[in-house]
Design a protein around this ligand. Structure first.
Ligand SMILES: [Zn+2]
Length: 301
């Protein structure tokens, strides 16, 4: 008991609330930038960009973090800013670091919103994600649920928050099987989910040629602010997309070339996209997984 009291005195966050730190990047648009850690054992659940947008009628949450604990800390941060109802919880895609905080918002009875194919992606991955969750976030795994969207977006959909509209766009298989981007018309803020990585090596769980096409579509957005799935927010959408495009094209060309030369996957992993190595964080771990996904896809081209 005494030990616990000392612990609580040293770390008051354990006893009381521990809201996440948020930055208001435009009026009513709040973002929390996660840490650049790889998604593996004990990553903590806080590695991507999550946030919320406040309208006159209510609030939309955009991605919920990697555990109910992170989701609860996001919810606390929202409540420090506004008591308006949380009307929508939007998931940009299925990946656990973005969506496993959903359960923290069930009490608000929001409309959960996602890509038309998100429910299917969640169903396919449910077992594996729940099995891995304890390894990923330890005790914070308690209460983890994959909550599929009650509003599934097939192409585009507008959400009215009162005085501002969130325009949702569902994309073909690109970074992942079900990527949704969000554009706030009041502040011209584009939330890309993992269709855009800044600083951190882009990770692939989809299709690079499609992703390159989506990059060109995103480029036509007149965005004053851009919030990527990982990394710093930016005002320079074109430059950020150029960096990502360069990495993806280099990786694609190098893996294709290695296959043509008869190199095995094991030989390709340390050589593909080497010219990009110094330009991105977490390069070795993420690039290795990218090659492992890509090589079998391209082997039969
Ligand atoms: Zn992702």
């Amino acid at each position: 008991m005494k030990k616990l009291l000392i612990l609580l005195a040293l770390f008051p966050a354990l006893a009381l609330s521990d809201p996440l730190k948020f930055e208001q990047i435009a009026t009513g648009v709040y973002v929390h930038h996660g840490e650049h850690k790889d998604l593996n054992a004990s990553y903590g659940g806080d590695i991507c960009n999550i946030g919320f947008v406040i309208g006159k009628k209510g609030i939309a949450v955009i991605d919920t973090g990697g555990s109910p604990k992170v989701g609860a800390r996001l919810r606390e941060a929202i409540r420090e800013v506004s008591r308006l109802p949380i009307l929508y919880v939007i998931n940009t895609h299925v990946h656990p670091d973005h969506s496993l905080g959903n359960a923290a918002f069930k009490q608000d009875k929001p409309v959960f919103v996602g890509h038309g194919k998100l429910a299917e992606a969640m169903a396919l991955r449910r077992e594996a994600y729940l099995r891995n969750q304890i390894e990923w976030v330890g005790a914070d795994a308690a209460g983890t649920e994959l909550i599929p969207p009650s509003l599934a977006v097939a192409a585009t959909h507008d959400l009215d928050l009162g005085g501002r509209t969130l325009r949702l766009t569902a994309h073909p298989v690109a970074h992942s099987p079900a990527d949704l981007s969000v554009f706030d018309t009041a502040s011209n803020t584009l939330w890309t989910g993992d269709l855009l990585f800044i600083e951190r090596t882009p990770s692939i769980d989809g299709n690079i040629p499609n992703w390159l096409e989506v990059i060109e579509q995103l480029r036509t957005t007149s965005a004053a602010h851009v919030i990527p799935g990982h990394g710093s927010s930016t005002t320079r959408l074109g430059a950020a997309l150029d960096d990502e495009k360069r990495y993806l094209e280099t990786l694609l060309a190098d893996v294709r070339n290695a296959i043509k030369q008869g190199q095995s996957m094991e030989q390709t992993i340390p050589t593909a996209a080497r010219s990009e190595q110094g330009k991105w964080l977490l390069f070795d771990a993420v690039n290795r997984r990218n090659v492992a996904l890509l090589y079998p896809q391209l082997e039969w081209e």
